[in-house]
Design a protein. Structure first.
Length: 194
């Protein structure tokens, strides 16, 4: 069962909530909206499908493009909304959404701290790398070892230094043909945290 949700917070953020009757949830941050990233991204759907039947998944679309600031606010609002409704909430993000998820987890309100964060193909920019040290929950980084779309190396190196879970897959940035594997990797990590 799915439900359409409008995430409060001053921007038009529309979401799909898969399995709204569950007691735990994952908020899924989509890839870059200016390159077609949306809540219907196949990698987000794969994670949601793998979380079934016992964990809800809130897949949302960012509001109007705001250079990353508004998009982070959208993720923070989605996390707060989910934290008010579920006993436990985790974060997932792919590509641009991976950076959004990590930065959101690093600055989360104490009453909306995620139980865990799993990210796929994270960008290794300075802000994302710095955020890793401030994330106060288990983190999983999954990357494609042939990915030349984002510079994943700095975030992977920092994650290893901090003792976070790191998984390399034989893939480029898009992980073609690996949706089931990706979904299960993220879901098993996220499902194990409360």
């Amino acid at each position: 069962m799915t439900e359409r949700v409008h995430v409060p917070g001053g921007r038009r953020v529309v979401a799909t909530l898969d399995r709204p009757d569950a007691d735990r949830a994952v908020v899924a941050c989509p890839p870059h909206p200016q390159y077609g990233g949306s809540r219907s991204d196949r990698r987000l759907r794969a994670v949601s499908d793998a979380l079934a039947p016992d964990v809800a998944c809130l897949r949302f679309d960012y509001g109007e493009w705001d250079e990353g600031r508004g998009e982070r606010a959208d993720a923070e609002n989605a996390l707060r909304w989910a934290a008010d409704r579920f006993a436990s909430v985790a974060l997932f993000g792919y590509s641009f959404g991976a950076g959004v998820a990590l930065r959101t987890a690093a600055s989360a309100d104490p009453d909306a701290t995620p139980a865990a964060v799993s990210v796929l193909a994270p960008p290794g920019d300075r802000a994302v790398v710095a955020a890793l040290a401030d994330v106060d929950c288990p983190v999983q980084i999954v990357y494609g070892d042939r990915d030349d779309t984002v510079d994943w190396r700095p975030v992977v190196e920092r994650a290893r230094e901090l003792g976070h879970a790191v998984e390399a897959l034989p893939a480029d940035h898009h992980f073609l043909g690996q949706d089931d594997r990706l979904g299960e990797l993220a879901a098993s990590f996220l499902r194990g945290r409360r």
